[in-house]
Design a binder for this molecule. Sequence first.
Ligand code: BGC
Length: 491
Amino acid sequence: MITSSCIPVQQCASYCSLFLEDKSCMSACEVVKHLEPFRLSLEKLKVVSTRLRKDMIRGLGKHTHHRAAVKMLPTFVRATPDGTEKGDFLALDLGGTNFRVLHVRVMEEEQKMVKMDSQLCAIPQEIMLGTGEQLFDHIAACLSEFLDSQNLKGQTLPMGFTFSFPCEQKEIDKSILIRWTKGFNCSGVEGEDVVKLLKEAIHRRGDYDISSVAMVNDTVGTMMSCGYRDQTCEIGMIIGTGTNACYMEEMKNVKRVEGEDGQMCINTEWGGFGDDGSLEDILTEFDKVVDRTSINPGVHTFEKMISGMYLGEIVRLVLMKLTEKKLLFKGEVSEALRTKETFETKFISMIEDGLENAKKILTELGLTWDLVDARVVRLVCETISSRSARLCAAALATIVDRIRVNRGLPHLKTTVGVDGTVYKKHPNYSDELQKAMHFLTPDCKIKFLVSEDGSGKGAAMVTAVAQRLALQSRLLEESDGEEDEEEKVRS
Ligand code: BGC
């Protein structure tokens, strides 16, 4: 029964149905109260979107970029595929716990990319947290093995290198790592040119050589691989271990790169949104613990609320809190639940997929549960994944609307290439995200295209487009005159 002390009454009513007779409605309300800080209204999402819009302008500005939390990095990719690209390419892919090498053939006639072969090398944790030299030696060794197995050592194929970390790209083949994210923290790489480190490692071996390298962020690879199938694709988004998006920006707004004409793909690095404290009002106590106990506190605040590397841990912390408050598992925490990162993000998808999965997982975590516990756990999972999807929608809406305004259009029809396990594997994530988008960008019609191996084939596609255009530009120095958009908006 709902009592007058149940707060908030309306929400409580729907959640009371979760509970069985032996639990009072008060417990339902208690659970709801603890989850309340994760529930972001559509109005709040609009506020978040407005903040991001300002941060994006700051990131693009020549004079404001250095203090921007959202870096808005020029990628030197000036065009999406036009379907005439062709040839054989090597693609390297580093961004998660594995490193991949691929041989990709782009076929103009059939407008398709074929993965000829590929090899996967695990990156052990000691290498992820070791020295840069160890990391690049490991990559060079893996590449060597692959070239041997494919009889490719005699050839020098153009290479696309998907390196899914924030890099200040000076040119298409010169890319300085700003900082590590996700699980990586190799010494001696931040502030260095990643292409140079790769070439040095290859020279140390001396058994093969490489020619041109095009550096690619995974968002860019995703946009480009989808762009080959759908030439209206001008946004790439990743919601996986990390999160990020890129889009085609008007060159005249990219103040840090020479030239006014055409467009350039911008890697937003939206994961860093909030690093200057701008999201303080929506951070929960649990987000703060996740940040404090991560290997990079204070870095990638937005990513830590959204991506696969952190969602499971947020759920675990909430479950711990509810158990301490005796709202779950009769107040008994298991050793597994007490241990950091034991609640994997994939459990969230599994639990939301069916209560039977929840029961199995809770048993595996050594917990003694009843049906109500299983339902509450599912509610916690739904709350955390839904916040992630809605925050992503707020950020994506900002980009889509920026493109619309850039073009002076009342309505925009566009395609977003998407990749990442959270988006692909979760049963309701894409629906939730698209529903929120519908509300946040009523003037835009957005098609979502799931990328097929954007990091691999997309890197080959960037290399192919780069070859087609033989592009070269240089970053302007901060001292070069010209007003930034933020300055114009202010004056
Ligand atoms: C990185 C981005 C990347 C994203 C998705 C983030 O941690 O900073 O560069 O695109 O993860 O992999």
